[in-house]
Design a protein around this ligand. Sequence first.
Ligand code: G6P
Length: 747
Amino acid sequence: MKISFRIIVSLLFVAALASLGFSLFQARSDEKRLTSDLEKRAVVLADSLQGSVEQMIESGSLKRLHMFVKRFNRRGNLDGIAILNSSGETINSSPEVSKYLDKVRPEIIKSLSENQTVSDFVSVNGRKKYIYAIQTGQGNGINFGSLGLFYDTPFIDTILKETLFDNLIRFLILSLLIIFTTVLVVRWSITGPIAQLAGWLKELRVGKIKQPPSISGRADVLGVLADEIGDLVKALSISRAVEDERAMLRMKTESTWTPERLKERMRRELGDKNLFVVSNREPYMHMKKGRKTECTVPAGGLVTALDPVLRACGGVWVAQGSGDADRETSDERGRLKVPPDEQSYTLRRVWLSKQEEQGFYYGFSNEGIWPLCHITHTRPTFRLDDWIEYQKVNERFARTLFEEIEGEDSPLVLIQDYHFALLPLLVKKERPDAHVGIFWHIPWPNPEVFGICPWREEILIGLLGADLIGFHTQFHCNNFLETVDRFLESKIDWERFSAERRGHVSFVKPFPISVAPWPGRGDGRPAPSKEDIFRELDISARYLGVGVDRIDYTKGIIERFKAIERFFEKQPEFIGQFTFVELGAPSRTLIKQYLDLVSGIEETVQKINWRFSQGKNWKPIVFLKDHHTHETINSYYRAADLCMVTSLHDGMNLVAKEFVASQEGGSGVLILSQFTGASRELHDAIIVNPYDIEEMAGAVHLALSMEPSEKAARMKRLGEVVKERNVYYWAANLISSVARLRIQPER
Ligand code: G6P
């Protein structure tokens, strides 16, 4: 109220001064105008009377003169007239004038002796009179001196008073309006929003983070302030979420998550319901090898992570059948039980035509969304034909899934990755009762980067069909919500990290994916030693470094080799001592960038090997380009002195975690890119910037010369992290979160 009072008083003071000034000015002009009117009238009347009076005096008709003068008694404002002789004595005067003529006579005589005319106001008994007198002639023995007209003029004061009174009333009305408007404006634009902001900040302080009150548009300055505070709160919520994420990561689980514990949790969450997983890549692929059929596990983090989960929980995994012996190893509907030796869940294969695979998988998914989401300076390519196939294949998978979930009440559907951005909405439309989660295994870029996709709105709308959208890190969640906020009409809740569109709420949460713990893997036989491996490779060296990747431009493989080259330049004592083996699985080879990358890598390896090889059976780098089995990879992990993960950008990178898991009791060193999601958890790795070749070369040297005790201590801490937050822990969190969401009926 104080501020309103101050504004009102100031405004009233200024308005009062202005009104007073204007009123005085108006009164003065009115007075001037009225006086001048009166004078004009007096002049005209005096002129017209002068002749008649002179005539009557000259003709000596004093009686007529008397009658004449009497006739002018009290006509309107005119009190009357008086005729004086040159000595100032009265010849004749109207009765009203006679009453006070003596009082003004000296004034008339004095003025007439100085001037020809008198035009003046005098006060008679407190009333204001106007006198107009002119000199006139003599005749017929009568000494005639002057003719005077006498007006009663209080009306001038009355009019002036009325003017002032009117102005006073106007001022009062104006004041009321000022008070009313000020109170209203101040409440609406200042005190109201401030009170709202204050209430909101108070709630913030006590930890109840709410959406900022919507006051923009009501008060420009406060609107800006509210927006700023809104951003601040957003930043606050984000850092709280990041802290929660860290706390969650720090949190020691009561006991290590195992397949049994996950199974038990799933039984509690799902009862006897099945879990339905959809991904493009299948977990088991049947390939013809001569006359035999081989079952292989495709390379890639998604399969590495999800297969142990499905093994533990059972369920149905819908995926593309892409092996050349896939059809003959499944039934007529494309179903088979996997893994071949355990048969713990069902794989439902979807068959795609070459055209569908080209547009959906190679085109839109891997030439469009993949480079779009990975910041590795590879331009995404968006083609309409690919987009059409992408939509068609998403619908194909939806139809296959509907067959699988038919008859299931409120099925739990877990969709995997960027190949199926449209699937959540397709599923929700057909089965609003389903609990739908999608896990995005790759990074989510900021809105500017994502905004270049011609079908960005469609992709976002498709994803928002899910009840829960998972990413590896809080950072990617923030990017996603900001992207939705930028491009779609929706309500973002930065407290709960959700987006609401058309009545449907999608929660957005981080779930850092992981791997299965080491015990329980393999067939129990001892893994080959480093010496066995070198012997097999026909290499004579002391130290072994390993890299395991799908051959992908996001993995920083060439950068890694350049760092190794630089390491040998800087530390020539390791020439002949250290060999780096790259287990590279060819990937997406129908895409030109991937093909070019393979030849680029081969060329780099050849150059480095040529430069440092000394004719003995030693090479700096061995590049094994093949689809390696888990057993082979694991034996390399366990034998290696160091493992290099140098991705230029990576959602998580499970090679890093697999290497750590394999080191149970061992002391290999992990060199890890800071641009992987894994680097947020694996702090005891040697963290590097893969664009900084010098730093990476230094990291190789550091790893090889590190004290065994430090290596062991670092690996122990890393091992604890990976063991505690293993993939069962990830799955339990993700699946429970999706299962526990209250599914709102669609509006
Ligand atoms: C990444 C993706 C997965 C994909 C894997 C292998 O990890 O996030 O969705 O399965 O790469 O790639 P590919 O194209 O062979 O399936």
